[in-house]
Design a protein around this ligand. Structure first.
Ligand code: GLV
Ligand code: MN
Ligand code: MN
Length: 466
């Protein structure tokens, strides 16, 4: 049932029962990313009992994994009925915990734990969609961790001085539409213009996909957050890399998040008989694509590109017959980097080499930009709060850089954000083998809970100074 355009009450939500006046602004924005480091507040020690429960966490992960999960991993595409089902499930848990739960125009689910004072909120959460045949931890860990924080605060009798909002973002994975972080970009006011352009492999546009799950894409702008309503945002996530595991460290505090430029390349050659056509004078689109694949790898491996990653993850070959020269290829190129200029220059260099290979092979190439996101430098004051929290929890941490995209990256364009990593077994992610021990997730959740309490205290000091 939708009570406000673009806002949908999830079943059983407190908002549906008329409890929630969220539309008004809640005061001046605190936690601006340009605030200089403030003296550390002398914060009340949270109760010793503020510890995440790995058994509860494992049970929540299992319940969510059943939605779209199977032998070949988890398949829960953005804006699919399965993703919606996961949002309903978590929304129900949060309602049962006494939070006010609603869905926004972008398909994000937001739940608020109210506070005695009306102040800009703290947020935490992640996403519930997955890549095809993906793992059960990517995104879900940040949602389950956020739900667990609410239980921990309740069990320990800790009340924050500002609202805490749990956010389940929609369609974070670029797997379906190419462009990642659709829900979190919407709250940041980015990317509403391409809803009729970006398409999945079946040709379904983002706007159509949204309509199919009961969302009105013309309302997308209503999902925008007012930065004055938010103080800071934290995301717990699996590392999707090997740094933590290889160093035997259980918590990562992210300093930079890579950007990505994603392209679709279409190569047109000439299909013909594989036996009758001599090797000279062919226009083999796949042979040209093969040069592009190796050129991309070569450029990214150049020592001057330390930190660049380039991947051709999808390749469609037509006519796809053993005895016909491939006349047509469509492939994707995903270039990630923590350096914004290098990211774009790398793409240009790969395209230059691709164009050269195509010209030599009498193949034409057209290029379509699917998505382009800059790297994010996360605010150092948020990171300092998280590292202080890790020390308070008594866990060793490492400052790490994220190769993957994250919702906190979009949020950070309007609200200061931080990311906490927990180890990924063998660094594997986006595959069924993805694994993180519940004990490590619980440790990360302890740091998340403590960080939120520390942020609440630090923000109170800043508000007192103003
Ligand atoms: C999100 O998982 C990404 O592809 O970085
Ligand atoms: Mn993720
Ligand atoms: Mn992912």
């Amino acid at each position: 049932m939708s009570t406000v355009p673009g806002r949908t009450d999830l079943p059983g939500s407190a908002r549906a029962a008329g409890k929630r006046p969220l539309d008004g602004q809640t005061g001046p924005r605190a936690g601006l990313s340009d605030i200089p480091p403030q003296p550390t507040a002398s914060l009340a020690e949270p109760a010793e009992s503020l510890r995440a429960d790995p058994v509860r966490i494992a049970a929540d992960l299992e319940a969510i994994a059943r939605i779209g999960g199977g032998e070949g991993g988890v398949t829960r595409p953005g804006y699919s009925p399965l993703e919606r089902q996961a949002h309903e499930l978590v929304g129900g848990w949060l309602t049962d915990l006494g939070l006010t739960v609603w869905g926004d125009a972008a398909g994000n689910t937001i739940a608020e734990l109210p506070a005695p004072a009306s102040k800009p909120a703290l947020g935490t959460g992640s996403h519930l969609d997955s890549v095809p045949g993906g793992g059960r931890f990517d995104g879900v860990v940040g949602v389950v961790g956020a739900v667990e924080v609410v239980r921990m605060l309740r069990d320990a009798g800790v009340t924050l001085g500002r609202p805490l909002r749990v956010v389940c973002f929609a369609a974070e994975e670029g797997a379906r539409f190419g462009q990642a972080c659709l829900g979190s970009r919407a709250v940041a006011g980015i990317g509403a213009s391409d809803i009729d352009e970006i398409r999945d492999e079946g040709g379904v546009t983002r706007a159509q996909a949204m309509r199919e799950v009961g969302l009105d894409p013309t309302d997308l702008d209503l999902a925008r957050w007012d930065p004055r309503d938010w103080a800071a945002f934290l995301e717990l996530h699996v590392e999707q890399g090997t740094v933590l595991e290889s160093q035997g460290v259980r918590v990562g505090v992210v300093d930079l998040v890579s950007g990505s430029t994603r392209l679709e390349l279409e190569l047109h050659g000439r299909a013909s008989h594989s036996g009758g056509t001599p090797m000279t004078g062919r226009s083999d689109a796949l042979a040209a694509a093969a040069e592009i694949v190796t050129a991309a790898e070569h450029v990214a491996n150049d020592p001057r590109h330390r930190g660049t990653r380039a991947t051709i993850g999808r390749l469609q070959v037509a006519p796809g017959n053993i005895t016909t020269i491939p006349g047509h290829v469509v492939c994707t190129l995903d270039v990630r980097d923590v350096d914004s200029d290098r990211q774009r220059l790398t793409v240009l260099e790969m395209l230059r080499r691709g164009a050269e290979a195509c010209a030599r092979r009498h193949v034409s190439m057209s290029v379509r930009l699917i998505g382009d996101t800059s790297p994010a430098v996360l605010p150092i004051w948020v990171r300092r709060v998280v590292t202080r929290a890790a020390r308070a929890v008594g866990v060793e941490y490492r400052v790490v850089t994220s190769g993957a995209s994250h919702d906190a990256q979009s949020v950070n364009t309007i609200v200061p954000a931080g990311i906490i990593f927990v180890p990924s077994r063998a660094g594997l992610s986006h595959v069924a083998e993805e694994w993180t021990d519940a004990a490590d997730i619980a440790m990360g959740t302890d740091v998340l809970a403590r960080s939120l309490i520390e942020l609440d205290g630090e923000l109170a000091v800043i508000e007192g100074i103003r």
